[in-house]
Design a protein around this ligand. Sequence first.
Ligand code: CU
Length: 211
Amino acid sequence: MPTISRTTKAVLAAGVLVTSMGVIASTATANSADLSASLEPAVLNGVDGGGTALVSVRGTRIDIAMVASGLLADAPHAAHIHFGADARHECPSATDDSDGSGTLNTTEGAPAYGPVRVSLTKSGDTSPASALAIDRFDTAPGGELSYERGHIKVTQDVAKAVADGLGVIVIHGVDHNHDGVYSGTVGSDLDPSLPTEATDPALCGVITPQD
Ligand SMILES: [Cu+2]
């Protein structure tokens, strides 16, 4: 009968499975959570819309289903999961309009929701590198966005943050001047070659653990 050392007992008590081969699993890394987000209009940006997202986290895999309405029709809408360890883990407030322009751009919202962690593209890469992969985001036909994607691989840190309710979904792309297209003389804070309308936050929701 093998004896279990005091050290091993302590490790087991901490939730780590140890064998003679070493550590093979740790409950600390096994994220599992079912969450949802109620998407509301981003403050100051004049979107009359809303939506819902369902998010599941299993280990470092994220599955998401999302619907939204009231978006600028037939225009690409970048959508992301944002998270920042130093962020407030919430949607921006009017006081985040740091330049006092009366509208909120993506950078101004960062103290609330942090940087892009997952790009909710329809195909291909989902990393932050695809944050503005405009040709791979939903174009909201008729203003309605419908999105579903599974097996999104994220880092352990991002998986844990989302499972803990610290992630925020932001759908971008607004129409401040109501001309039906992304336009205007103000360049995007994310890509000066695009109008700020193309990237300003439209809808936002904190990904919250379900009861
Ligand atoms: Cu975003």
